[in-house]
Design a binder for this molecule. Structure first.
Ligand SMILES: *[C@@H]1O[C@H](CO)[C@@H](O)[C@H](O)[C@H]1NC(C)=O
Ligand SMILES: *[C@@H]1O[C@H](CO)[C@@H](O)[C@H](O)[C@H]1NC(C)=O
Ligand SMILES: *[C@@H]1O[C@H](CO)[C@@H](O)[C@H](O)[C@H]1NC(C)=O
Length: 497
């Protein structure tokens, strides 16, 4: 008996010691900050660096490595209602929308998903999450005016899950309301429609949208290539495939192919359109590859308050990063059946430093997406994560609270401003460990803390595609190197106040 007690104590003490010494096994999360209401965390970066953000940088040694840094803002959370019933409804809708996005990304993989698709022979174009209002990160680009005089600033949604960049264009036959002035091709000397016989109109557009362009001429003028992006709920953007000068931060690039949307409908939240950062030729990444080397990265802020923003870097120059750990790379995987998407291989997982065993680990390609909010795990992996999380977090004695929408593991944290939360670590192929930021572990349903949930969900079937969502990518530098075929991760405080 005394031996057993001593042993137990020994284990406890070593666990405590481990918790203090080993970084990244658990973290303290401020529920206020998560809720988006707390004061934004003070940036530890000085203003001189911030002032330098746009534009190009020189590496030590004088080698010019073009890198453009754009501000990345969280777009929708300012509308998070205060009133608890309205908030409840808002979050229900957000998570339902997120579930639709996650389902729409389950393309050819599963019978249930397949049967839900239209039965016609035409392939349903890959849907993006824009219609679901879950693509919450926006940035600002400018189009036209190579002389720098007539460029139009346009705020666009950033999407790693689609390719064609498009904006609403004059003269709209149908445009939704947007905050920026409409882009006017007639006002840009550098604007040109893409010719029907151009490969951009045929193969590139088919890869990007699922359908090649259609050829048409209006009133005797030149033939134009028309694109059509259609989303399952009736949202769409249709218009002319065109080229113009795009201005990204301080850099301008000629001949950028984009969709000039003459007829657009949907819930695009007042933005001017969308920036496609997917993997095929029409993606901004591919089109700017000669300048930026096919590399981009982002850092998503943990707080959702309007005054903090993250960054989107185009180019490989790591001096624009503010990472606090080295960038560790894993293999980037492509799935020919799902051209725009970026995949990786999750070979292991741990919660609070305790390794998990689950059949689903390493079994399928895992999608990393900027537009899905909540991470979806294979059922076997989710069960293991939940069991370990419950045993560690539950040990603190927090009462259980009812589940909320897709989130099934919730606690009543009333009265706690901060809690210590065990962190999920994903081991990626090549032995790279990525530990989630504390801000990515819990989802605050009720403002008073009476319902706070583990911010992850299970897929329905073991053979569906797991997704790493943006909630779990917060406070990380996530690097997409499409030429080196690798994805990199590092810790970074992404809230540039
Ligand atoms: C576009 O944005 C840039 C950078 O913020 C600014 O300097 C410029 O005045 C803006 N142009 C217009 C037409 O608003
Ligand atoms: C496309 O058509 C135009 C005019 O009809 C012609 O000048 C051009 O050479 C053609 N381009 C290709 C790639 O065939
Ligand atoms: C993931 O990596 C493991 C270990 O290298 C390998 O056995 C497994 O087949 C890989 N899975 C995928 C989907 O590539």
């Amino acid at each position: 008996m005394p031996t057993a007690v001593r042993l137990l104590l020994g284990v406890l003490l070593s666990l405590l010691a481990a918790a203090e010494v080993v970084v990244g096994k658990s973290g303290v999360v401020s529920l206020r900050d998560l809720d988006g209401r707390g004061a934004a965390r003070r940036s530890r970066y000085d203003d001189t660096k911030l002032a330098e953000m746009p534009g190009e940088r020189k590496k030590a040694g004088g080698v010019r490595t073009p890198t453009t840094v754009l501000e990345l803002k969280h777009h929708s959370l300012t509308v998070l209602p205060d009133d608890s019933a309205a908030r409840d409804l808002y979050l229900h809708r957000l998570l339902a929308a997120d579930e639709s996005r996650a389902n729409s990304l389950q393309l050819h993989g599963h019978r249930a998903a397949a049967s839900a698709q239209s039965s016609g022979s035409g392939e349903v174009p890959l849907t993006s999450g824009i219609r679901f209002q879950t693509l919450n990160y926006v940035t600002t680009i400018a189009l036209g005016g190579s002389s720098g005089s007539a460029a139009t600033n346009l705020t666009v949604i950033v999407d790693t899950g689609s390719d064609l960049t498009w904006v609403q264009c004059k003269p709209c036959s149908a445009c939704y309301a947007q905050r920026d002035p409409l882009f006017d091709p007639a006002g840009s000397a550098t604007y040109a429609a893409v010719r029907c016989n151009a490969s951009a109109c045929a193969t590139s557009l088919k890869a990007a949208t699922g359908m090649p362009g259609s050829c048409g001429s209006t009133g005797g003028s030149n033939e134009k290539c028309y694109y059509a992006l259609a989303y399952g709920d009736g949202s769409f953007s249709r218009g002319v495939l065109a080229t113009d000068t795009v201005v990204l931060g301080g850099a301008s690039l000629d001949g950028f192919v984009f969709g000039c949307g003459l007829s657009n409908r949907g819930l695009f939240g007042g933005t001017a359109g969308l920036m496609g950062l997917g993997r095929t030729e029409l993606s901004l990444v591919f089109q700017t590859a000669s300048r930026y080397g096919g590399v981009f990265s982002y850092c998503l802020p943990a707080t959702t308050s309007g005054d903090s923003s993250g960054s989107l870097s185009l180019g490989a120059d790591a001096s624009s990063y503010r990472n606090t750990t080295p960038v560790a790379y894993t293999r980037m995987i492509a799935d020919p059946a799902q051209p725009p998407f970026y995949f990786l291989n999750v070979t292991g997982a741990a919660v609070g430093g305790t390794p998990l065993a689950a059949q689903g680990l390493g079994a399928s390609n895992v999608l990393i997406d900027s537009g899905t909010v909540i991470t979806r795990l294979a059922p076997s992996v989710y069960r293991a994560v939940r069991a370990e999380f419950t045993s560690q977090f539950g040990a603190a004695g927090y009462p259980a609270a009812p589940g909320f929408s897709i989130l099934d593991t919730c606690y009543d944290l009333t009265g706690h401003d901060e809690v210590k939360v065990p962190l999920l670590t994903l081991r990626l192929e090549g032995g790279v460990d990525v530990t989630m930021d504390a801000a990515g572990m819990l989802f605050v349903v009720r403002k008073d803390g009476s319902q706070v949930c583990l911010a992850m969900a299970s897929l329905s079937y073991e053979d569906q595609t797991p997704i790493i969502g943006n909630y779990q990518q917060k406070n990380k530098r996530v690097v997409y190197d499409t030429v080196g075929s690798r994805l990199g991760f590092a810790d970074e405080d992404c809230s540039y106040a």
